[in-house]
Design a protein around this ligand. Structure first.
Ligand code: GUN
Length: 283
């Protein structure tokens, strides 16, 4: 089977999105709010801004010091909600502990919530209604469809129960008529569940957490994690030295890290921003 490398799909999508932006009367604009100096967040935000430039949409970072007061972030979000020139708002997570993450995330207007994280958007998704959808789950479904991987009727195991990945992704798989199991740190007999699954999504955050022996032949493995191994190299949860056995001997499909799911998250964010702009212009 194959390594599900996202790079070709991303460059095809960049071209498609550029022409969608050209058709709009006003350029979409994305504002990213970042608090503090978390190293990984800095990298993710830089990737998002770079992709906005590539596609030709406006973007801006509002960067607060790690000790910023809750009221300052609140006021910023409320002003951005009101600002007609802003298409989408994103609060990069995690934020420092003295700030109320749930409250601030929910302060973003549903329509401008490009992450799909508000109660309104998550609620609509759970009810099967049209909504903004979390970008990593969106990207995973797009990638599976691009590679013509069957979803309907498949046994899907998601090893993650977060609001960003596991929960919204379970909803998207249900919408595609898959049978979904969510596993987490307290799950019993995880290995038995992995070996019975047709599609395994892992977002555990531990290098070498999964090995080739853990999977049955023909499994599709979606590795969401971005970890760094003892040599400082980026890797996912699946051991890199097992990629060859998984793809060539066990006939598995596998998203590599890097160049897999991470690339998809960013392009889906840009696409969702453009979708919001398109909807606004249709009104
Ligand atoms: N932190 C890690 N992933 C994400 C994401 O998709 N959106 C936001 N806002 N923060 C994140």
């Amino acid at each position: 089977m194959t390594l599900l490398d996202a790079r070709k799909l991303v460059s095809k999508k960049v071209d498609e999105l550029k022409s969608r932006v050209d058709k709009l009367s006003k350029k979409p604009s994305l504002v990213i709010i970042r608090v503090g100096d978390d190293f990984a967040s800095g990298k993710y935000v830089a990737n998002k801004i770079k992709k906005c430039d590539e596609v030709g949409i406006d973007s801006k970072i509002i960067h607060f010091d790690g000790d910023v007061k809750q009221e300052v972030v609140e006021e910023t979000i409320l002003n951005l909600n009101k600002d007609e020139d802003i298409t989408g708002i994103l609060l990069q997570l995690p934020i420092p502990k003295h700030l109320d993450e749930d409250y601030l995330t929910n302060l973003i207007e549903d329509e401008k919530d490009v992450d799909g994280f508000t109660i309104g958007n998550m609620g609509k998704l759970s009810l099967g209604l049209e909504s903004n959808v979390a970008c990593t789950p969106r990207g995973i479904i797009t990638l599976l469809k691009e590679f013509n991987i069957e979803i309907e009727g498949q046994d899907v195991l998601i090893i993650n129960r977060s609001n960003i990945v596991g929960k919204p992704l379970a909803q998207l798989f249900l919408k595609e008529n898959a049978t979904v199991t969510i596993a987490h740190s307290k799950t019993k007999n995880l290995k038995e569940k992995i070996v019975l699954s047709d599609i395994v999504v892992t977002a555990v955050g531990k290098a070498n957490f999964l090995r080739a022996d853990d999977f049955k032949n023909n499994t599709t493995i979606i590795d969401v994690s971005i970890n760094f191994n003892e040599l400082g190299k980026m890797c996912g949860d699946v051991a890199k030295e097992d990629y060859d056995v998984l793809v060539n001997e066990k006939q598995c499909n596998l998203t590599p890290v890097p160049n897999g799911v991470g690339q998809m998250t960013v392009i889906e964010l840009i696409e969702q921003t453009i979708e919001i702009a398109e909807k606004r212009e249709r009104i």
